[in-house]
Design a protein around this ligand. Structure first.
Ligand code: BG6
Length: 505
């Protein structure tokens, strides 16, 4: 259905590839939001400081409330300074800041876009990148106003922050409004996990190493575990989070994208739609849940008060200042991919807030050897551990002989590749890579509409299953690994993953 239009990324064999970027304007709606200050402006700055943005460009933060230009710029400066862990000449920051031109658009009405229109018309040959970092209900009205103001042409692009709606129907509705103003090849649905270096390394790990690809199937892999644990709670995002929960906030996008990268077939070429076609096939092969399977194959939880390092942490309800809420802050799912490669290999997805430690990890648990020549016990299978953050590394756990007398005694030892130590370079933040990809028209790392819909269909089978089975949250104390212990006692399917988690952290 989709023809590919993106530039082909040729394998680089270690040489840096420099692809030209056309002069541009970035127009950030939600320009005084947390994401804009913490991620978007610093990302643009670091690419600029790294000499990647050598062309003419301007940044137009769009805010709804009136703000003073000078104080706004000071704020941007502060966030840039906080995000910088290397020496930058102050004049580099000054030049960057001078390219920021604040616009206040109180409501999404045509007349209010005139000022923006006048500014953008001064640079008719620039590509305009509209970054929508607002609640998704505003996406449609903003796009419609841009179109009416004549601000959308074939070189314009629109970047959409998640969540795109809160159900399949609402996301389709929002998408159809956006699609009436922009073509699919101008739409960039961002999932910042795909911009993380270690996540991109999954592609190289899988498709540049014959060793792994040969063993990458249910014939050899017993189960796959994808964990994204966060030590933070909901912070000041209670309003948004209470309507999403862990399932929509994390699983629907980040965890499913990780699952796709692990499970997809090798794409024939590294072109956006070829890669996305393969990811779509995985999403379409996910087994849907029903009222019964959701009870045995998913767990939802919510954090209560807890003590970490002697400090009392609030419960979720205290954090959102409500007396009750059925929103989950933890979710664990046993997913099945019903295709030839993965039939019989469960994928355990798990994410939660207020865990003891922030870490994201994928563990590939290989099957054990068919016959143990050393004793009658089963030999634990090899394990490939891909730590995405914070200590980026890859470990291959293999059985090794314990030296000395006493017969063939063996134990698991890890071969470790520390990603940071191996590459003595600054790792660009996910948003840096993603924004530059948008400027270059490279869509590989962005979700296509049909991928999003396939993800929603699977997620809704869980939401509907939870509603039909009236599944409640299992409470867990803040600062613990979630409702695992209780589940282990019940000899639930999670025991493999939880015992692993407890052994290893
Ligand atoms: C965001 C979620 O998409 O990802 C947040 O909305 C979450 O709730 C964040 O904290 C996690 O991102 P990272 O990069 O810190 O793992």
């Amino acid at each position: 259905m989709y023809r590919t239009n993106a530039t082909t990324m040729k394998p680089s064999n270690g040489k840096k590839q420099v692809k030209p970027i056309k002069p541009f304007n970035v127009i950030v709606f939600g320009g005084d939001g947390d994401l804009a200050f913490r991620k978007i402006y610093p990302a643009l700055f670091h690419r600029y400081a790294d000499n990647q943005l050598t062309v003419d460009f301007s940044i137009f933060p769009v805010t709804r409330s009136t703000r003073k230009h000078a104080t706004f710029k000071d704020e941007v400066r502060k966030f840039i300074a906080e995000s910088t862990d290397y020496a930058v000449k102050p004049e580099v920051i000054d030049v960057f800041i001078s390219r920021i031109h604040l616009k206040c658009i109180p409501e999404h009405e045509l007349v209010n876009y005139e000022d923006l229109q006048k500014s953008l018309e001064k640079t008719p040959n620039h590509q305009n990148l509209y970054y929508l970092s607002t609640p998704s209900e505003a996406f449609g009205p903003i796009c419609a106003c841009l179109k009416h103001a004549g601000l959308v042409n074939s070189s314009s692009k629109v970047v959409l922050e998640k969540p795109l709606g809160n159900s399949l129907a609402s996301s389709q509705e929002i998408n159809s409004m956006i699609s009436s103003c922009f073509h699919e090849n101008q739409i960039y649905r961002i999932d910042h996990y795909l911009g993380k270096e270690t996540v991109q390394n999954l592609m190289v790990l899988r498709f540049a190493n014959h060793l792994f690809e040969n063993a990458w199937s249910a014939d050899h892999i017993d189960n796959v575990q994808i964990t994204v644990a966060e030590s933070l709670g909901v912070e000041n995002r209670g309003g948004y989070y209470d309507n999403s929960g862990a399932l929509l906030d994390m699983v629907q996008n980040h965890l499913l994208q990780l699952l796709c990268l692990i499970a997809m077939e090798p794409p024939s070429r590294l072109e956006a739609n070829i890669v996305r076609n393969e990811k779509l096939k995985v999403l379409n092969s996910l087994r849907l849940f029903n009222k019964k399977s959701v009870v045995t194959e998913t767990v939802r939880g919510q954090y209560t008060r807890g003590i970490v390092d002697g400090k009392q942490l609030n419960s979720y309800l205290e954090d959102i200042e409500e007396y009750e809420s059925n929103t989950e802050t933890f979710v664990a799912i046993q997913a099945h991919i019903d295709n030839w490669r993965w039939k019989g290999t469960p994928f355990y997805l798990r994410t939660g807030k207020r865990m003891p430690k922030r870490y994201s990890e994928i563990v590939i648990n290989f099957k054990s050897v068919k016959h143990n020549v050393f004793s009658y016990e089963e030999i634990p299978g090899n394990r490939l551990i891909i730590r995405l953050q914070p200590e980026e590394r890859i470990e291959l756990v293999q059985m090794t002989k314990i030296p000395g007398p006493g017969g063939y005694r063996y134990k698991p030892i890890s071969l470790k590749l520390d990603y940071m130590d191996s590459f003595n370079e600054r790792f660009p933040e996910a948003y840096e890579r993603l924004i530059v990809d948008v400027l270059r028209g490279e869509q590989t790392l962005f979700m296509r509409q049909d991928e999003l819909e396939a993800a929603w269909i699977w997620i809704e089978s869980i939401v509907d299953g939870w509603a039909a089975s009236k599944q409640k949250n299992v409470l867990y104390e803040a600062g613990t690994w979630g409702p695992g212990e209780q589940i282990m006692k019940e000899d639930h399917m999670w025991s493999t993953s939880y015992s692993y988690l407890n052994d290893n952290l």
